[in-house]
Design a protein around this ligand. Sequence first.
Ligand code: RBF
Length: 348
Amino acid sequence: MKPLFARSTPFFAAALFTVVIFSAPLSGCGVKSAPDKTASGKTIGVFIPGVISGSPVYEMLAVGVQAAAESRAGVTLVEGGYNQAEWENKVTAMAASASYDLIVSANPSLPGIVASVSQKFPRQYFLLLDGELPGNPSVYTLRYNQREQGYMAGYMAAMVTEEFSQNGAGLTRRIGLVAAQEYPVMNDIILPGYLEGARAINPDYQADFRIVGNWYDAARAEELAADMIRGGVKVILAISGGANEGIIQASHSAGTKVLWFDNNGYNVRPGTVVGCAVLAQDKAAYNQVRRWLDGELPFGKAETLGVADQYVDFIQDDPDYILGVSEDIRKKQAAMIERIKSGDLVLD
Ligand code: RBF
């Protein structure tokens, strides 16, 4: 499929700016009162499971929905906040309000919440990204192949670690992952995929896996990262939302490296961020909302999209990647990605 819009285009930047402005007043009060109506009268409520600021997956979600809706539907953003115990009540309130023709959300905990809300409000339609729920006639889900995403990060983490060792840093075969919290996709797909990628470079690799406990505490993430680095880890994969800043800080101070997840983060700290394994959640939100507006979203269906579909990728053309990583490593990474694309390396 031809990409509808690429990351970091002026269009994307403009759309993001719009979303940030509109969502700012929401952070305190949660729900915007009157949904935006348009000439066509269609309304979309976007439930953000957390807050937009600091979480690229949610920025991409908001941007993609807004861009697809354009003048064809009114969009209301509802930030659920960091108290996950409140999310089901908030989604229930959105459905109970009967204000939205479609509720859109994204993360692996939403299918469970929506399965329960949908029993009470079977006529409420849902579009869920980054999660899976097959067979519910009111729900469409799309998840990403995060084994591929984790694998690409792990392959790079190991190659960069090997280079540190060759340059006299002492031999370590450990790579770091600082995650905000544990959840099945993290423990069963992303972490194993990350390790699998590293072990393709050398089977001795082990992961140092630490948990922040929430998606915002940068100070705690910095402590965890610093402790890992003291233990010899040279590369840390950051999956902690707003807390990622702490991982960057610890790594920058120590001269070690970070791998970024979900969006292009090279410019967060050029030279420290040496790889970005990304999801096209903006494109997914855009395409699926357009499908819904055209009456073609297949409710009841659960799809999984990956590297070959251009929904999971590793950003190789960023100038900071080219400056920050040796040509030898970049060539090996490119060859591995080509093997995934061609179907030679299958990571289902
Ligand atoms: N990712 C974020 O970037 N920010 C968040 O606030 C966030 N909250 C999450 C809450 C739960 C309960 C779960 C299961 C995942 C959350 N994620 C969050 C992770 C996100 O869905 C995805 O797994 C990661 O971004 C890696 O692609």
